[in-house]
Design a protein around this ligand. Structure first.
Ligand code: ADP
Ligand code: MG
Length: 258
């Protein structure tokens, strides 16, 4: 009988720690994210959610422990412990990791289409025709087929964030990291962005999402991790975390959402 191999995690964080000066912000984070899994990170402001996310692609260097993406050590060379990877090695690793921020960071002088197309041409070296076709396809997927030739200033916040997501999706990352993607939006625009994220999840995208949208976490996440004081204090399926965990800090945190 062939043995069924266990799913290999796409991201593993093993006992990752990180300090800013004397302030220890991550205190031994251990977390594995499987392929096609959606993990939501929740927790109070200052608990280390953004730092955790940024350590995954080494936007923040971590001090101890290790992060691997698809088995490859992130940030440090395998053969020389704690020696930093070259920029080229890091760039290579980050090719497969897309990141979406709270502030959309679009180029103001470019249309939606040009924003999505830019890295396809400059980084992926696609022809202009190929890149245009890809950008049109992805913008259509996020519901912006009629807004492709508009500049960001003339788009709503929700539309701008959908362009930012399209720009990442167009690069065909293996995993997407979201840091509070709806926190800068007016409440009536949050839903359209969450819907795009939900569609990505349904299509099998691996996602790590820092969010305060508890409904999204409850309905879309495979697992929810609650961070407090730089530690993952509770982690599991949404139902277990939201309804069954007795952890007092989590209960207190969730009360602020009712
Ligand atoms: P969260 O995203 O959960 O709000 P962060 O990861 O942004 O938390 O921050 C965790 C802690 O680390 C906070 O106390 C914050 O002030 C501190 N911090 C974050 N980034 C830096 C930095 N670049 N330099 C110094 N302190 C930082
Ligand atoms: Mg943050």
């Amino acid at each position: 009988m062939p043995t069924q191999s266990a799913p290999s995690p796409l991201i593993t964080m093993d006992n990752v720690s990180k300090s800013f000066g004397a302030l220890q912000v991550l205190k031994g984070i251990t977390l594995a994210v499987n392929r096609s899994e959606v993990v939501c990170l929740i927790g109070p402001s200052g608990s280390g959610k953004s730092t955790l996310l940024r350590c995954i692609n080494f936007l923040e260097p971590y001090d101890a422990g290790e992060v691997r993406i698809e088995g490859r050590l992130v940030g440090y060379t395998e053969s020389f412990p704690r020696r930093r990877q070259s920029n080229r090695e890091l760039r290579d690793l980050r090719r497969n990791v897309g990141m979406v921020f709270q502030h959309f960071n679009l180029w103001p002088h470019m249309t939606a289409l040009e924003n999505v197309r830019e890295a396809l041409v400059q980084v992926r070296k696609m022809s202009l025709a190929q890149a245009t076709a890809r950008a049109e396809e992805v913008l259509t997927r996020v519901g912006l087929s009629d807004r492709m030739h508009v500049h960001p200033a003339r788009l709503s916040g929700g539309q701008q964030q959908r362009v930012a997501i399209a720009r990442v999706v167009a690069m065909e990352p293996h995993v997407m990291l979201f840091d509070e993607p709806t926190s800068a939006l007016d409440p009536e625009l949050v839903g359209e962005v969450l819907q795009v994220m939900r569609d990505l999840a349904t299509e099998g995208m691996t996602m790590v999402v820092v969010t305060h949208e508890m409904g999204f976490a409850a309905n879309v996440a495979d697992r929810v991790a609650f961070l407090d004081g730089g530690r993952i204090v509770a982690c599991g399926p949404p139902r277990a975390v939201f309804h069954e965990s007795p952890e007092p800090r989590l209960r207190q945190f969730l009360q602020t959402y009712h």
